[in-house]
Design a protein around this ligand. Structure first.
Ligand SMILES: [Cu+2]
Length: 324
């Protein structure tokens, strides 16, 4: 039986070894961005959506860079530990969010499996409220995860990973609206048995943070830290295939989107089919909707990305790809 804890653990390379985890060595494009003509602050947008200064360029790699894809292996069991803590997190410099977390981060750990693997999800509720973990995708109804697990108790959910695609998981304890808005969600990549072509792969989960409890989000963030990818562009080689796993888990806004500047991309909705559904430069996602997108950046330079609900971009969800 192998131990598999999802992103942030043993993974050392991107898919098929095309991109080493440590490859993103600091260089000029990792330095905080300097003001440019027409730009007021380093993010180019809002004034309070910069990441905490203590975070370096690789701080979000466990949530950004998926563990390596692995070919199918009969009988493989992936053991995943997921616990809930109720703890504040710093989602922007000096901005605390009274979060409920899976494995101490929002979003929770990035998990990867190959279609047909058995997933054994060992859940522990270390919080004060009832919680649980419910996966999207296919599984027996007995493993659906909606039943509340009381404070201090544990449960193991078992199911075969599938279908191939990109699937959210989230707490389903009542009121679900609160449990998701507090940060209890994450993502599961399920690879098709033949795996996808080698690419530089990244996972981006869009989060919204209602800091003051007024029912409206004050900050937005890809992978939990506002302004992170504005300060630290995601570096990709010119001309090589890039694959993004995109998930919207924002509460309180009816829809979000992902828009890439200066290039277009293939969209695989939910990632469940191997042929693209469309080719565009903006894709809209209601809560829990997700896509896999693929593109190549043709020349050196910075390519902006953000939700086209631009208030989200202005409050922390703007970022850059740096093609080098
Ligand atoms: Cu919960």
């Amino acid at each position: 039986m192998r131990l598999f804890l999802g992103g942030g653990v043993a993974a050392s390379t991107g898919l098929a070894g095309t991109r080493a985890r440590g490859e993103r060595a600091p260089d000029a494009s990792d330095a905080p961005m300097q003001p440019m003509p027409g730009f007021v602050v380093q993010s180019g947008y809002g004034g309070d959506a910069d990441p905490p200064d203590r975070l370096g360029a690789n701080a979000l790699d466990p949530l950004l860079i998926p563990p390596p894809a692995e070919p199918p292996e009969p009988g493989r069991v992936r053991e995943v530990s997921i616990w809930v803590n109720e703890r504040p997190i710093e989602v922007a410099g000096g901005r605390q969010f009274a979060a409920w977390t899976y494995n101490d981060t929002v979003p929770g750990p990035l998990i990867r499996a190959t279609e047909g693997d058995e997933l054994a999800i060992h859940f522990q509720n270390r919080g004060m409220h009832p919680h649980n973990v419910h996966f999207h995708g296919r599984h027996a109804v007995s493993q659906d995860g909606w039943q509340p697990i009381p404070s201090g108790e544990s449960e193991t959910y078992r199911f075969r990973a599938g279908p191939a695609g990109f699937h959210p998981y989230h707490c389903h304890a009542l009121p679900v609206s609160q449990h998701i808005a507090k940060g209890l969600y994450g993502a599961l990549i399920v690879d098709p048995p033949a795996l996808r072509p080698a690419a530089h792969e990244f996972s981006l989960v869009l989060c919204g943070f209602d800091l003051d409890g007024d029912g409206k989000n004050e900050l937005y963030a890809w992978n939990g830290i506002a302004g992170f990818f504005a300060r630290f562009p995601i570096k990709v080689p010119v001309g090589e295939l890039v694959r993004l796993y995109l998930l919207n888990m924002v509460s309180g806004d009816p829809v979000a989107s992902f828009h890439l500047h200066a290039e277009t991309f293939d969209v695989y909705r939910t990632g469940t089919r191997l042929e693209p559904d469309e080719h565009t430069d903006v894709v809209s996602l209601a809560q829990a909707e997700r896509v896999i997108i693929e593109f190549r950046l043709p020349e050196r330079g910075r390519y902006m990305f953000h939700p086209h609900q631009v208030h989200m971009a202005e409050r922390g969800a703007m970022g850059w790809f740096s093609a080098i």
